[in-house]
Design a protein around this ligand. Structure first.
Ligand code: ADP
Ligand code: MG
Length: 273
């Protein structure tokens, strides 16, 4: 698949994408009838990854001649900068004195375009206001958002995302092989590999962090570090803590901050630190 089949700025994927066929077709179906679809779920569950994948697949379907554009909002600390972030992602440089919203609305008014607004939870109110204003003024606009909580905009369809089920072992194995060349799941180690996947509740970010440690630690030791306390915590609704906890445990005793080198997991973790 070409990375940019239509105009846009969607990044090409750096590593293997696992599973999610059902979620992908559900997103496609929802975007066929709703103008705003929000992927919701805990941090690290795979919202951003799925959103970009869904947008790439939709873009290759030719229904959006003006392309698909990704706006990363994770680092936007000021609500007043949400509009600028969208304008910047679209490559808009407005030399008039129009306010960003007016310039954005004018740009989008007669375009058939999809916006992926990633990590809206950071600025959920400002993003919701802007999204609603743009959807009203630009009939050809569709928005795919990712957010831990819904935007609360009229017409929004929320798709809650679950952790990986069957794909968890595949994801762990792929990232482990990147960390430790030659690593493969076979009959001999299958149940040993399934164990961390189960204990990490199939949470992709946690799986990547644990797999990244295969470079330095044998699987048994990784398992030892993911003790029952972690399993207990992940069964509660508070997953933010456990993701940190995974990182802390895997970091060991004062070693360098864990990085899942082969992936964007470290970046994702930074955003949560
Ligand atoms: N289906 C998947 N296949 C491969 N990697 C995935 C998948 N889902 C998530 N990941 C990886 O797991 C990490 C966390 O996912 P991310 O989309 O950033 O979570 P969220 O946006 O929900 O916080 C990222 O490094 C991402 O690339
Ligand atoms: Mg995200």
């Amino acid at each position: 698949m070409r990375p940019h089949p239509t105009p846009g700025n969607l990044p090409a994927e750096l590593n293997h994408f696992v599973g999610r066929r059902r979620d992908l077709s559900e997103v496609a179906a929802l975007l066929g009838r709703a103008r705003l679809v929000t992927l919701s779920g805990v941090g690290g569950v795979g919202k951003s990854r799925l959103a970009v994948r869904a947008a790439v697949e939709a873009a290759s379907g030719d229904r959006f001649p003006d392309g698909a554009w990704l706006v990363k909002l994770a680092r936007v600390r000021d609500p007043g900068l949400v509009e600028h972030s969208v304008a910047e992602a679209l490559g808009l440089t407005d030399h008039t004195t129009r306010l960003p919203l007016a310039a954005l609305a004018a740009h989008l008014a007669d375009r058939e375009l999809r916006l992926v607004l990633d990590c809206c939870e950071r600025q959920v109110e400002a993003t919701a206001r802007l999204t609603e204003a743009l959807l009203r003024r630009a009939p050809g606009l569709r928005v795919l958002a990712t957010s831990r909580q819904p935007l609360g905009v009229a017409g929004e369809h929320v798709l809650p995302l679950d952790p990986l089920a069957d794909g968890a072992v595949e994801l762990f194995a792929d990232r482990a092989a990147a960390a430790l060349p030659g690593f493969a799941v076979d009959e001999a180690n299958r149940s040993e590999v399934a164990e961390p996947c189960r204990r990490l509740d199939g949470l992709p970010l946690a799986l990547e962090l644990a797999a990244g440690r295969m470079r330095a630690l044998p699987l048994e030791q990784i398992l030892e570090r993911l003790d029952d306390r972690f399993a207990l915590l992940t069964r509660t609704r508070v997953l933010r803590g456990p993701v940190r906890e995974t990182a802390r445990r895997l970091r060991g005793d004062g070693g360098p901050v864990v990085r899942a080198e082969s992936t964007g997991a470290a970046e994702t973790l930074d955003q949560r630190a």
